[in-house]
Design a protein around this ligand. Structure first.
Ligand code: GLP
Length: 241
């Protein structure tokens, strides 16, 4: 793991967007793995800026998102599908047919999980994946105690994740209890990974991810085993290292 510490989230956004931009310039038809949450927002803003400046072109880029809530529609303002269009896809020239987000409305969710992994493989695999981290060390929605070899699957969210994500909903009762998520097995296939974390609330999880043992109790710790991970932290997230 290469670990870089920056003053704030805006600088991390620029650094992470630079790696994306380099990938797109090197390989205009690349496959990008996208994440939601508040942490990648400055990265997406910087990508839109680079697109507006004519530095990068998304017309051949394909994307796969990590996860989606089960139980809310794609048009719900907290769906990850909507999040991606509101914050990135509607602001760049990516083709909607090149964008994939797990679809929880499908009548056969189990088959859909399998075909999500199949379509990632058929695309040639993810070249560059961005990840955030949950306060409990989760990545995507792989919660503590997950099985590292799993592909895309359905998960029950932990109380800690429901609690952390309630800030986006009117009340805690509105937070979905289940999600569809790429598994650690799917994520580890990405050729290169960017992990970003900001804020004191992430410091314990970041410490376990980098300095702890590789342990399903901290799903992000598996990244110690991946050969090409760049970690961008702000000073608060890095404060326990
Ligand atoms: C959610 C997402 C994760 C994300 C995490 C942290 O649970 N499934 O992919 O990394 O939240 O979100 P935030 O960046 O808002 O702290």
């Amino acid at each position: 793991m290469r670990v870089h510490i920056y003053k704030d989230g805006a600088r991390i956004g620029k650094a992470a967007a630079s790696l994306f931009a380099a990938e797109i310039i090197k390989n205009p038809g690349c496959v990008l793995g996208m994440a939601t949450g508040s942490t990648p927002l400055p990265t997406y803003e910087s990508l839109v800026e680079l697109y507006n400046q004519g530095v990068i072109d998304f017309s051949r880029v394909r994307t796969f998102n990590l996860d989606e809530y089960v139980g809310i529609s794609r048009s719900h303002e907290q769906s990850y599908y909507r999040f991606m269009f509101d914050n990135l896809f509607s602001k760049i020239n990516i083709k909607p047919e090149n964008v994939k987000v797990p679809n929880p409305a499908s009548p056969n969710l189990h088959d859909d999980c399998v075909s999500y992994d199949t379509s990632i493989d058929a695309s040639g695999g993810i070249d560059l994946q961005i990840l955030g981290i949950g306060n409990n060390g989760h990545i995507a929605f792989n919660e503590p105690g997950c099985v590292f070899s799993f592909g895309t699957h359905i998960v029950d969210l932990t109380e800690s994740t429901i609690e952390a994500n309630k800030r986006f909903f009117d009340s805690i009762d509105d937070v979905p209890r289940k999600a569809i998520t790429m598994g650690i097995g799917s994520i580890m296939k990405a050729r290169e990974i960017i992990m970003i974390a900001t804020g004191r609330v992430k410091a314990e999880a970041v410490k376990a991810m980098i300095n702890g043992k590789v342990d399903p109790q901290c799903p992000a710790s598996v990244l110690q085993l991946h050969p090409a991970v760049t970690v961008f932290l702000d000073e608060e997230a890095a404060s326990l290292l």
